[in-house]
Design a protein around this ligand. Sequence first.
Ligand code: FAD
Length: 457
Amino acid sequence: MPRSAATQWPAHCRRHVADGVSADIIHGDFKAEPYWWDAAPRRQRGASDVPRKADIAIIGSGYTGLSAALTLARAGREVVVLERDSPGFGSSSRNAGYVGSALLAPFSQLIAKYGASRAVAWYGEAKAAFDYTTALIEREQIRCDYFRSGRVFWAYTQAQLDGLEHEFQAMRAHLGKEGEILHGDAMARETGSRQYCGGLVIPETGALHPALYHQGLLERVEAAGATVVGHAAVESIAAASTGHRVETVRGAIEARDVLVATNGYAGRETPWFRRRLLPVAAQMIATEPLDPKLVAMLLPGARTNLNTRAMFSYWRASPDGTRVLFGGRTGVEYRDPESAAREQHGEMVETFPELASTRVSHLWSGQIGFTRDRLPHIGVRDGVHFAMGMNGAGLPMGTYLGHKSALRILGNEGAATAFDGLGFNAIPLYTGRPWFVPLLVGAARLRHRRERPPREH
Ligand SMILES: Cc1cc2nc3c(=O)[nH]c(=O)nc-3n(C[C@H](O)[C@H](O)[C@H](O)COP(=O)(O)OP(=O)(O)OC[C@H]3O[C@@H](n4cnc5c(N)ncnc54)[C@H](O)[C@@H]3O)c2cc1C
């Protein structure tokens, strides 16, 4: 159904509408680092040494590693978290802050491939991850701008809208999921964009400031007695009489148990995991501060948003309501931040032409860890625990599976998950250099350009 052609923008918004992209959309104070780091700066390189012994050594200080550390430290274990860079340097301080209750793999596709009972069990874990994470934020009083935002999935083509309807019907029938398909005027309630022909709102989702959430977790972990050591890249893990010997660039540590929580940043020191996790870059931009009325007009529902196009994009307002944060999946890391920012800005302007002359203040990217089956994986390999393969949804899932790994290390029967025993297969043709990712991205770009909105839209 066509949107109202008579939509009039008030004067304070019209002045942001330009005929085309202005000569320079790069802000004078442009930073090639996450907008989130303004409020949660990275910790400076500390002098803390790598302890010689611990009950548990955790590799990776994102949500997964820290959540495990919190549960273990509160259970009285001696825990050391080892991080290659500053704590939280990976995706956990770079993401969009969407707190979802679903998996990346569409529910209807999981039913078709594995049957309803496994699909229901796996989606049950996604809901459990959402519940666990939101309860943790509440219980620990972590100030991270969490609110129950609801999320809108936008369709550009009729086929995409049909796909959303099909997915929603399956989720409603099997999971009792609540939601609403948006058409016509109902869309204006949710967006100022006129690019889409329909959408699906899922209310049971939230949004937060991802780096403040990480910082809050880090503070709780350290207050519970765990040691988090930055700039201590792990170089190898070997079996030892005491359990494991973990070599870092700053000395070795002996630990009875080891948890690998490196997700999309898994390196050559863990080759078995590396072959199972395809690192795919995703990037985001932040606009300069805008008139909050303009932001509210573009994002009237204050929801998190994403579209279902071949080169999909996601966007939301900053927690203070003054900026638009807009991202995409680029596949490979950018080389030149300013040209990457211009490209991302161009995608934002496709959705919001009103932002054509708005300048970009920040650009950043991070690595998403994809698995072959698009499902998260948790378990033990050669005596080493792991939780990884968050497939772009690790804010709640990493928090949850880190906790579950900790319960397994503690021998607690609450450790069981529906992902236990799932075969963890290597990515075909991948041994550590994702040479084919640019080809996949090129094919997606081509499909994206060929997409056509419905005729009457
Ligand atoms: C742009 C972007 C947007 C995203 N948006 C969302 C979203 O809105 N919602 C959502 O749920 N998910 C989102 N994600 C995904 C989400 O951020 C991740 O799934 C999540 O942060 C994974 O947490 P983690 O702890 O498993 O891994 P990470 O946070 O990536 O942490 C892994 C850490 O391991 C460290 N490491 C690696 N190797 C070693 C080594 N040898 N020694 C020591 N340390 C090592 C790395 O430096 C890194 O800090 C997004 C990701 C990106 C990049």
